[in-house]
Ligand binder design. Structure first.
Ligand SMILES: [Fe+2]
Ligand SMILES: [Fe+2]
Length: 266
């Protein structure tokens, strides 16, 4: 089983022709499936851009959404759209509503979007304001306190979904790949190879999902969890526990790449 990993492909920066060229480039890796860890496009273009990406593919495309995928909309309506897309286009599967994907008898794939939840670094005091806080309706809030509250609510909900999915996946599988957009640990949230500063970390980490991962990995010492994430656009590979590893992908806007192709044995 060959699984190709893409992240932060930001297709809204590409022309239709460039999307087709990139899709062909992915297909040349001859994957049996593709996983995309978010920031695929922006809300109004997400469905059409995903359709263009998979148009000539035969393999399934499992994906989670990143913060950019919600730009110009609210969370509930984007999620309704992704569920609908997964229903009508058999190659496209939004992972939170897909459940546990058995890639091989021993390896499973699960995923949740994840949200920067302001819990790591200086969430109260940071002067960093992201476009998220202006362009995603749920995060457009009158105060820092309300913003943190909204972000935490979203992150906690995804962490609960992940706990359920991981519980189901870890019982019959030795190895579970978790797709999520926002790095779940400080150690995995880097800029130019160094851990981000306390001003950026609140918006570059999802602590709620990190806590869930740590607990599940600790409870299942004979299982292995590999987390694939994006959002930082910086490559990082870090072991959090002996059986819990996180990888993030390096990306430039307008120049999407295949991060890795995993060869999964039986
Ligand atoms: Fe991104
Ligand atoms: Fe992002």
């Amino acid at each position: 089983m060959r699984l190709a990993w893409l992240t932060d492909i930001h297709l809204d920066f590409l022309s239709d022709e460039e999307i087709a060229t990139f899709a062909a480039r992915v297909a040349r890796e001859a994957p049996d499936g593709v996983v995309v860890t978010g920031d695929i496009s922006i809300a109004p273009e997400l469905g059409p851009d995903l359709a263009k990406l998979v148009d000539a593919w035969r393999m399934p495309c499992w994906f989670v959404a990143g913060n950019h995928d919600y730009y110009g909309a609210d969370v509930a309506s984007v999620r309704r759209g992704m569920r609908e897309l997964s229903r009508i286009e058999p190659k496209l599967r939004w992972l939170p509503s897909t459940g546990v994907v058995s890639l091989t008898p021993t390896t499973a794939l699960v995923g949740v979007d994840g949200w920067a939840d302001g819990r790591i670094g200086d969430g109260q005091g940071t002067s960093v304001v992201l476009n998220d806080h202006l362009r995603i309706r749920d995060l457009l809030q009158p105060s820092r306190a309300k913003l943190l509250e909204a972000a935490r609510r979203l992150a906690d909900e995804d962490a609960r979904t992940l706990a359920t999915l991981l519980g189901e996946a870890l019982a019959p599988h030795e190895h579970v790949i978790v797709a999520t957009h926002v790095p779940p640990f400080r150690e995995a949230s880097t800029h130019a190879g160094r851990i981000a500063g306390d001003d950026w970390l609140p918006w570059m980490t999802c602590h709620a999902i990190g806590e869930t991962l740590r607990a599940m990995a600790t409870d299942h010492p004979t299982r292995k969890i590999t987390v694939l994430a994006g959002h930082t656009h910086d490559a990082c590979r870090v072991s959090i526990l002996p059986n819990l590893e996180v990888r993030t992908g390096a990306v430039e806007y307008g120049a999407p790449t295949v991060q890795e192709v995993f060869e999964l044995g039986e």
